[in-house]
Design a binder for this molecule. Structure first.
Ligand code: TLP
Length: 345
């Protein structure tokens, strides 16, 4: 029988807006946000800044645009940015650092997303006519390509110290900073307090249809607002998108814990199956990444067989990524585990 409904573990970006979000979209008070007239956007920006403990915030169409604006607003010509080598901003945002900001990224290795302060210090350029000037460090929390790992607050503090000693800024790609906070018990404001700016996504586990917020110092975000316009991200009656974002921010954070519990259950259910390289103890939040080496099956072949059984996952780094979220429940997790067992039996 052909599959008609899928258990979609490709990403937490696939979450659909809740009924309450859809109603809020229909009823949102709106105005022209480029002219500064949209009250719902203003409310979202105010509450976001407050949640992060920052002076101001800017609603952006995507996490990629928020990160692009952040890099551009903190850097200038002939400069370099320290990035973690598996980071999203370096690997998965279509080279905006060079394309938009004209700066070079300097990748640094890490242990599950946490760069060693000694490595970062070594990557800070000494003034020299031949080399770029280091101006920014980018962090990511949780760390997507390290399987949703939480980068500890102590590591943030170490990065802050290096930045202060060398006159650098720190930007956090906090696409999933609420997952990091829920999993570690560290308030988002504590992570945010160690960085100059951060962006977080409303459209991932928090389930809003669109949008990310960039938070930071008011004056710098005025430049950020101009950059957003220049990049084509000035939006008009966009209160219809800020309204579900407000619900995401104020009502959807606590439930992320359920996603983490399900991701751990999924990991426990498939670890140890033939070909699956996964230590379930490493799963901290909503992302499960595992290596796959099987004598008879490639990763694409495995994903195709999973699809035939109604389970969707993504190929990544020679392995497989699966993400839990609001729209996959216990039955979907069981379905996925059953499918893996049948295929790999
Ligand atoms: N990540 C997406 C894909 O691009 C891989 C996903 O499905 O996880 N930072 C991090 C850490 C992200 O994971 C993402 C999206 C972004 C930034 C970019 O956000 P968007 O997609 O809104 O541009």
């Amino acid at each position: 029988m052909p599959v008609t409904t899928y258990s979609d573990f490709r990403s937490d970006t696939v979450t659909r807006p809740t009924e309450k979000m859809r109603r809020a979209m229909a009823e949102a008070a709106v105005g022209d946000d480029v002219l500064g007239d949209d009250p719902t956007v203003q409310e979202l920006e105010r509450r976001s800044a407050e949640a992060m403990g920052k002076e101001a915030a800017l609603f952006c169409p995507s996490g990629t645009m928020a990160n692009s604006i952040a890099v551009k607003m903190w850097t200038g010509a002939l400069e370099e940015v320290i990035v973690e080598e598996r980071s999203h901003i370096y690997n998965m945002e279509s080279t905006h650092m060079t394309f938009i900001s004209g700066v070079t990224p300097r990748p640094v290795r890490s242990a599950r997303g946490a760069m060693d302060p000694k490595d970062v210090l070594a990557a800070v350029r000494k003034p020299n006519v031949h080399t770029p000037r280091t101006s920014l460090i980018c962090l990511e929390n949780t760390h997507n390509n390290w399987g949703g790992a939480v980068v500890p607050l102590d590591n943030f503090r170490a990065m802050r110290r290096i930045a202060d000693e060398h006159g650098l800024k720190v930007h956090l790609d906090g696409a999933r900073i609420f997952n990091a906070s829920v999993a570690s018990g560290v308030p988002v404001r504590a992570f945010a307090g160690e960085v100059d700016s951060l962006q977080f996504c409303l459209s991932k586990g928090l389930s809003a249809p669109v949008g990310s917020v960039l938070a930071g110092p008011r004056e710098r975000l005025e430049l950020g607002r101009r950059l957003r316009k220049a990049l084509g991200g000035g939006m008009r009656q966009v209160g219809v998108l800020a309204a579900p974002g407000l619900i995401a921010l104020t009502e959807m954070v606590d439930r992320l814990e359920e996603d983490h519990i399900r991701a751990k259950a999924l990991a426990r259910g498939i670890a140890g199956l033939p070909g699956v390289r996964l230590d379930p103890g490493t799963v901290e939040t909503d992302i499960v990444i595992f290596g796959f080496e099987h004598p008879a099956l490639t990763v694409p072949a495995l994903l195709e067989k999973m699809r035939e059984k109604g389970v969707l996952a993504l190929a990544i780094y020679g392995g497989v990524r699966m993400v839990t979220h609001k729209d996959v429940g216990d039955a979907d997790v069981e379905r996925a585990i059953r499918a893996f067992r049948e295929i790999l039996a």
